[in-house]
Design a protein around this ligand. Structure first.
Ligand SMILES: [Mg+2]
Length: 332
């Protein structure tokens, strides 16, 4: 379960098939099962069950500890051009990235062609989501924002955005810890994404930082208590039980945070996670083990630009063009 079952890659070559299976799929049987429930454009989700996730329901194995990993953005293959092309010099400090622009663009996703119609397509999924459930203030999962906190709330995904964890041994983990889940003790192997600390140090100075994960709190809360024991960087932690379960896709309705959505953004490697608030979503490539990865640091200059607008959605919409992509899928 340490790798996704499939992943998207994006190439700079128009019309080139861009969806490929990740190397080393060790759970093909599981993949077959997941594919069978994959929504398609011809079967709108409006008639399907939509509910807030109940973290106590029907959990059978350790995979359930983590966020689903089958649908995410990945550069697992080599023909990808995303982000800034840096030269070989090692850039250790945030300042080194100041002049660069996070050039991940959803417009590149328009070039995606799918090898297999059964593959999950997050944009098709988002385009056919049922209406979002209404949220009442009493459902907010965070206390009101403190006056001392920065204006903008930065919501961060955890798995494959900030860390990669596995209950199967992985080479060179940064650390391990144990989790007791359904009566079984699991050892969790943890890798931190490169520049994890530098990124959190930078963003926690200018944002109210919230981690919103589709993983189980029994795992994620313990992990975050190791990563940020004094809550120096991450003010709040929100778990799967605050997600909306749509066909076992755990969507993160930002409204449940009780924050002004014009002042809230989310960074997540799975686009469908912010399917109900696409104008608030900032994509990032999935991370598993690339020690040369710099995506977190590349992101900082873009995040700082959010303060130049009264509504963060304006700049995010302009940058990633997700609405245009979804319009394409809604036609089918
Ligand atoms: Mg994730």
């Amino acid at each position: 379960m340490s790798n996704p079952k499939s992943a998207f890659i994006i190439t700079s070559s128009p019309n080139k098939p861009t969806q490929k299976k990740r190397k080393g799929n060790e759970n093909d049987a599981d993949q077959t099962e997941q594919k069978s429930s994959t929504p398609k454009s011809s079967s709108p989700l409006a008639l399907r069950k939509l509910s807030y996730s109940d973290s106590t329901s029907t959990i059978s194995n350790e995979d359930e500890l983590f966020s689903p990993r089958r649908f995410s953005l990945s550069d697992s293959d080599t023909d990808i051009t995303l982000g800034v092309n840096y030269d070989e010099k090692v850039m250790q400090k945030e300042e080194d990235y100041e002049e660069d622009i996070y050039d991940f663009s959803y417009s590149q996703l328009l070039d995606i062609e799918y090898e297999d119609d059964d593959e999950f397509n997050p944009f098709d999924f988002i385009a056919h989501l049922p209406p979002k459930p209404k949220i009442s203030p009493h459902q907010y999962c965070l206390p009101p924002k403190e006056l001392s906190q920065p204006d903008i709330t930065l919501v961060l995904d955890l798995d494959e955005t900030l860390v990669h964890c596995s209950t199967e041994p992985i080479p060179d983990p940064d650390f391990t810890f144990t989790v007791l889940f359904h009566g079984v003790e699991y050892t969790v192997y943890v890798r931190k994404r490169p520049y994890f600390v530098e990124f959190l140090e930078a963003v926690s100075k200018i944002f109210e930082v919230v981690v919103f994960t589709a993983s189980q709190s029994v795992y994620a809360d313990k992990l975050l208590s190791i990563l940020d024991p004094e809550r120096k960087y991450i003010k709040y932690r929100v778990f799967r039980n605050s997600c909306i379960d749509v066909e076992r896709n755990y969507l993160k309705d930002l409204e449940v945070l009780g924050r002004d959505l014009s002042k809230t953004c989310i960074v997540d490697n799975s686009p469908q996670a912010y399917g109900y608030q696409i104008d608030n979503g900032i994509p990032i490539l999935s991370w598993f083990d690339d020690k040369e990865d710099r995506e977190l640091m590349k992101l900082i200059p873009f995040l700082k630009q959010l303060y130049k607008h009264s509504d963060v959605r304006t700049i995010i919409r302009k940058k990633f063009h997700l609405r245009e992509i979804l319009d394409n899928y809604k036609k089918h």
